[in-house]
Design a protein. Structure first.
Length: 297
């Protein structure tokens, strides 16, 4: 039987931020600018290549949102986050240049987030017969684990969840993750949830009702559910139900986004131009040993 093709879709930003916090900022380019995040991100990619030898791979990046889809829906979205420092923005540019120098398809958008880019690529590729592995530690992306052989892979922790694994871990199927997040809210993204409703309570409600629309239609029945404090939760849901439709639009990943080269193939065909590769590695002050590793991957 012919093996199905698998595409690895990488939530790049999470690994760049992690590297920025973990690696010494004494790691620098030829001008003395920190490249610790670039170092960590490229080491992560090298390990992934070593482990999986992916034929189909793409890196999605969170670019500066000058025309944000979600801010149009809710202007306070992520308003609690301080702007990224300039030295980190520079390192993001280096990471995207690295992907291009390596021939790894990379995508960003001034309107859509990396999650939406991954959601759009995953939907297209699944329709083309691919199995999908989403490489991320972000629980939001588990809503895309829809195929029988799809997976969400938290690379750093070695944690892999398939469709059933997502349901076991979160208490809801991947199709209901956006509803769960809409109910519980997300402090990181400044999405207000219903007070008193965390992930566990949200999963309880979603085991009884199919989605937030169904919950809203059945608010008067929540108090009849067999858990302590059900009457209090009913009152809270009734009081704050107006939040839910907007929250769902914020937490639901876009799967038909349009962005630069959104229909580009994601097949890795090796380093396209060694001159470009060496020029970038010169700029990054990369050792010969690390160059040789990549050239022989």
């Amino acid at each position: 039987m012919r093996m199905r093709k698998r595409a690895y879709l990488i939530d790049s930003s999470i690994y760049i931020f992690r590297a920025w916090h973990v690696f010494d900022d004494a790691i620098a380019d030829i001008h003395g600018n920190p490249t610790n995040a670039v170092y960590g991100f490229t080491e992560f990619l090298y390990q992934l290549f070593e482990q999986k030898q992916p034929e189909y791979i793409a890196c999605a990046f969170d670019a500066h949102q000058t025309n944000s889809y979600r801010c149009e829906i809710y202007p306070e979205y992520k308003a609690n986050r301080p702007p990224a420092p300039e030295e980190l923005i520079t390192q993001f540019r280096y990471c995207r240049e690295f992907c291009r120098a390596m021939g790894i398809p990379e995508f960003g958008s001034d309107r859509f987030e990396a999650d939406d880019i991954i959601g759009t690529l995953a939907t297209r590729l699944r329709n083309e017969g691919f199995d999908i592995t989403i490489v991320s530690a972000d629980k939001d992306l588990t809503q895309l684990v829809l195929g029988e052989h799809d997976a969400w892979w938290d690379f750093a922790r070695g944690n892999v969840l398939n469709h059933k694994g997502v349901e076991k871990h979160f208490g809801v199927r991947p199709e209901k993750i956006a509803d769960m997040l809409a109910l519980a809210g997300d402090k990181v993204d400044n999405i207000p949830g219903i007070p008193g409703v965390g992930y566990k309570m949200a999963s309880n409600l979603l085991q009884k009702y199919s989605d937030i629309e169904d919950i809203i239609e059945n608010i008067e029945n929540i108090s009849k559910m067999k858990f302590r404090g059900s009457a209090r939760i009913q009152n809270l849901v009734e009081e704050h139900q107006h939040l839910l439709p907007t929250n769902k639009r914020l937490t639901e990943i876009v799967t038909d986004a349009v962005f630069d080269n959104h229909d580009q193939h994601v097949r890795w065909q090796g380093i396209p131009d060694e001159d470009v590769f060496h020029e970038l590695f010169d700029q990054l002050n990369v050792s010969d040993q690390r160059r040789h590793r990549w050239l022989n991957i």
